[in-house]
Design a protein around this ligand. Sequence first.
Ligand SMILES: CC(=O)SCCNC(=O)CCNC(=O)[C@H](O)C(C)(C)COP(=O)(O)OP(=O)(O)OC[C@H]1O[C@@H](n2cnc3c(N)ncnc32)[C@H](O)[C@@H]1OP(=O)(O)O
Ligand SMILES: O=C([O-])CC(=O)C(=O)O
Length: 372
Amino acid sequence: MTTTKGLEGIVATTSAISSIIDDTLTYVGYNIDDLANHASFEEVIYLLWHQKLPNKNELNELKKELAENAALPEEVINHFKTYPIDKVHPMAALRTAVSLLGLYDEDADKMDEEANYHKAVRLQAKMPTIVTAFSRIRKGLSPIAPRTDLGFAANFLYMLTGDEPSDIAVEAFNKALVLHADHELNASTFTARVCVATLSDVYSGVTAAIGALKGPLHGGANEAVMKMLSEIGEVENAETYIREKLANKEKIMGFGHRVYRQGDPRAKHLREMSEKLTHITGQPKWYEMSVKVEEVVTSEKPLPPNVDFYSASVYHSLGIDHDLFTPIFAVSRVSGWLAHILEQYSNNRLIRPRAEYTGPGKQEYVELDKRS
Ligand SMILES: CC(=O)SCCNC(=O)CCNC(=O)[C@H](O)C(C)(C)COP(=O)(O)OP(=O)(O)OC[C@H]1O[C@@H](n2cnc3c(N)ncnc32)[C@H](O)[C@@H]1OP(=O)(O)O
Ligand SMILES: O=C([O-])CC(=O)C(=O)O
């Protein structure tokens, strides 16, 4: 048996959803640059779920379904109120809420294609409502009901604050959602596929995926980037801070990638947005500090920034609490998880690799009272 630590380079499935070839990312063949510059997040959801871009009617139908399904059962809202709220990370609350939602979906265990598609719509629609409701409840505020006249990106920002967001805020947030929607067989998507390949249900698959996204080597890196930038504090501190970390062999969050070698094609869009937004808010230091960190890291190691690096200063500039950054990643990535879950069901086989055993050889069992 040969083992490949971390399954690096192992091709574990076929998929028609997204591809990374020669550092180029496509969703169903559409280059991520074109989608980031032109598409709404709702178009991308449709693309990932149907493997084609929607026409106007199809898009309107999806938007209507998402709007109609956005409200949460009262039980989920009430559940939040029972948490030790100041100690609960919003990613843990999201993971629990998605699992809880499964209890209130009569079709949770129905496995036909139509039922699974409708569950996908319901979950996608409710993710922003969960994240924004939790964020408000922990501040002692009432959740804000979604508006049917706002798009997905605008609605998220509206439900968070109660104010209608500016055009630039909606543009930035929509772009971030488009860029985070899917990414081939990343750790959380693989987790979702492994889970549902046992023919477990959609809610279990998404709950498992949220757990995998939460870690700082994956989606959790965006919050960790903001923590690092806050610790650095001022642009002039960046160089010493980063050199010290590298000298101590510590990882710099938001850099490096398992698949990309020359760089993550999503990062440049977020870098541009970060520059624009930090100037609008009058806080260019977050962008300038990020650029300085990138300069120092890349002068030392061949480690370009990944999607998590500039998204931190983008979300910070939108006034979003830092511990909501990873839940926002999940609000977008659930579209990809759901696409992969539906694809896995459509051509399923249990996913069960092997482990190379490295423990002790044959041992004789010793009775409990004879053991030293
Ligand atoms: C949406 C996403 O999930 S994007 C990734 C988000 N995660 C992060 O930004 C966390 C920081 N980055 C990392 O930890 C890694 O680059 C990962 C997890 C993304 C990829 O990891 P792997 O492919 O397993 O690479 P691995 O961790 O083995 O690193 C290879 C080498 O590069 C170094 N390295 C990799 N990333 C970094 C980093 N961010 N900072 C410093 N050194 C790094 C490692 O220390 C290791 O060095 P060594 O060979 O001298 O021991
Ligand atoms: O693909 C990966 O390993 C991580 C990543 O960038 C993502 O999930 O967006």
